[in-house]
Design a protein around this ligand. Structure first.
Ligand code: F6R
Length: 588
């Protein structure tokens, strides 16, 4: 979703810090960007459709001690210069992340009071409303305006008569940190200057008034509130692609490290007994998440069933929040989210918690909304994931979920997972095969990913990865379902990628391979079975190292992530910033 940053600089260079921060926040949205800076009682705004870099040097060079900036993922109003943030009204300038649900009603009211609107955005109503509420007291005007909003927001506001920035949060992430350069608030840690190591996390309903004298926190009625500072380890937020051409490749290469770090952290966790009893005591386990996190949950349902747990459900969070079970007082909800800020997952968790469920959060972000709502937090140790498409966090989620399902034998299980991680470099080294798979995908009008059992779960995630970064149409099916309809789509322009690592159904999958081949469809196979690989002549076969078949999907995931990455590059897509998407989906 959108990313915002704003703050006060000890030098006269706030815009430069904001510009650099926006470049590091682009994974949250990249269809337009802008900066406002306050200098000598005057606000200057530069904003434009396109990437942050399209703002050019002029924006970074704006003079002034206070500045705010925005990188946008459009919700209301097409990406354009006019719809780009900041939005201004009189002496005020504002950036916003979120959605204002009652904006139409507020806009009608403001128009009736004589305001005119330049953009089609919902955000512009906030700054007009602040202007309208202003009668000499900036914080009071902001607070009064915010109390009228429905929806979600993180905002940063400048006022020409105030040497500082006011920021506020309701259901969209926002943190504040002091550093050598000054004090800055941002949607996420990577945007902050490199030396910012202690952060305040704003709660829903918080306003922070940032001046060169420090930061003060209030509620929306301007009652002071106390917020505790947390220390963060900046190494985890390394937001540089280094020698890699893209973050996606760098992050795939960190799959093994993520598996090992997540397994190690879990086996050292002080919560092992609590996790064990939460799982043991639950009458029902509901796993929830969105996108890739949901796909990790799909696989995890099998982990719990294999460990003997009955009544395990997997629910898409955006559905669960509106269609929850009537009684969840004996339920354990396992919420999976890389960012911990995905709006649908956050709301599902809040709702089910209010109905009595116990919550375990599996997340890569220790200060996120989901982390703070959960009863128990199981960290995914992936470090910063900058590419919009989730890769290493998926592996970390699988590991965390596997270990939650087996908390009693965590040490031995963690060792087995680390042993699987050691095989990952072997998979990544299959350069010719990954290029061949990518080439086959890139030539196809559609790619079907097929598998059975846990291989099907891996296929679902592989399909999502390929379509989001390459824009090739793709779908996943249990291989046995092919003949019940999808086979009608198979011809020489389509590719069917089979994942065959489950001994129980391997032969059945081979039947499906032949059914596709004899209808002229192209096929590629990933398997860890030597004998099976030897049977398949004349088609690309990617042979994986053999491991416990319950864990082989982890290796298949690495192979298929690399395939998706290479297909995107072959088709000249930017895999780090797929069109129309953004990371951290903080709106509904
Ligand atoms: C796909 C992807 C998304 C996210 C989804 C949930 O590559 O990144 O599908 O998995 O938006 O995000 P989190 O895990 O942050 O809740």
């Amino acid at each position: 979703m959108c990313g915002i940053i704003g703050g006060i600089s000890l030098s006269a260079n706030a815009a430069a810090t904001v510009y650099d921060g926006l470049l590091r926040l682009e994974y949250r949205g990249y269809d337009s960007a802008g900066i406002s800076a306050l200098d000598g009682g005057a606000i200057t705004t530069v904003k434009r459709g396109g990437r942050v870099s399209a703002l050019g040097k002029d924006a970074a060079a704006l003079a002034g001690r206070a500045a705010i900036g925005h990188t946008r993922w459009a919700t209301h109003g097409a990406p354009s210069d006019i719809n780009a943030h900041p939005h201004n009204s009189g002496a005020f300038s504002l950036v916003h992340n979120g959605i204002i649900e009652n904006y139409a009603e507020l806009k009608a009211e403001l128009v009736a009071r004589g305001y005119s609107f330049a953009s089609e955005t919902d955000s512009e109503v906030i700054v007009k409303l602040i202007d309208d509420c202003f009668s000499g007291d900036f914080p009071a005007a902001v607070a009064a305006a915010l109390r009228r909003l429905k929806g979600s927001f993180a905002v940063a506001v400048l006022y020409a008569g105030f040497d500082g920035v006011i920021v506020a949060r309701y259901k969209s992430s926002l943190i504040v940190s002091g550093c050598k350069e000054g004090i800055f608030a941002a949607s996420d840690v990577p945007a902050l200057p490199a030396d910012a190591e202690n952060i305040f996390v704003l709660e829903d309903g918080d306003i922070a008034v940032i001046t060169s004298g420090g930061v003060r926190f209030y509620d929306f009625y301007l009652n002071p509130v106390a917020r505790v500072q947390r220390h963060i380890v900046r190494g985890e937020y390394d937001s540089d692609a280094g020698n890699y051409p893209h973050f996606m490749l760098k992050e795939i290469c960190q799959d093994a490290r993520t598996v090992a770090d997540t397994a190690e952290a879990f086996s050292r966790s002080a919560d092992l007994a609590a996790i064990s009893s939460a799982v043991g005591d639950a009458e029902e386990i509901i796993i929830t998440g969105c996108g890739t996190a949901y796909n990790a949950g799909l696989m995890a349902r099998r982990y719990f069933e294999q460990a003997g747990k009955r009544h395990v459900r997997i629910e898409i969070a955006s559905e669960l929040r509106y269609y929850p079970p009537a009684d969840c007082s004996r339920a354990l909800v396992i919420a999976v989210s890389q960012s911990g800020e995905t709006a649908d997952t956050v709301e599902a968790v809040r709702l089910l918690k209010a109905r009595g469920a116990t919550i375990i959060a599996v997340t890569n972000c220790g200060y996120s909304a989901i982390t703070r709502t959960a009863d128990i937090v199981v960290p995914v140790c992936a470090g910063a994931e900058i590419c919009v498409a989730a890769t290493k966090s998926y592996l970390g989620q699988l590991v965390a979920l596997r270990l939650i399902s087996r908390a009693r034998s965590a040490l031995a299980e963690a060792e087995e997972l680390v042993a699987v991680a050691r095989k990952m470099p072997e998979v990544l080294a299959c350069d010719e095969m990954s290029s061949l798979f990518a080439d086959e995908c890139a030539q196809s009008s559609a790619v079907f990913f097929l598998g059975r059992g846990a291989d099907y779960d891996a296929a679902v995630e592989a399909s999502l990865k390929l379509k989001e970064v390459s824009y090739i149409f793709s779908d996943a099916y249990p291989a046995g379902e092919l003949k019940h309809g999808t086979l009608a789509l198979v011809d020489e322009s389509t590719l069917s990628v089979f994942v065959i690592c489950q001994p129980l159904t391997a032969e059945k999958c081979i039947n499906a391979v032949h059914e596709v081949l004899c209808r002229g469809g192209r096929v590629a196979v990933i398997t860890d079975d030597d004998a099976l690989a030897a049977q398949l002549v004349g088609i690309p076969v990617w042979k994986l190292p053999a491991v416990n078949s319950e864990l082989s999907p982890l290796l298949a995931a690495v192979a298929l992530q690399l395939t998706a990455y290479k297909a995107a590059v072959l088709l000249e897509r930017n895999p780090d910033k797929p069109r129309n998407l953004a990371k951290s989906v903080t709106v509904e």
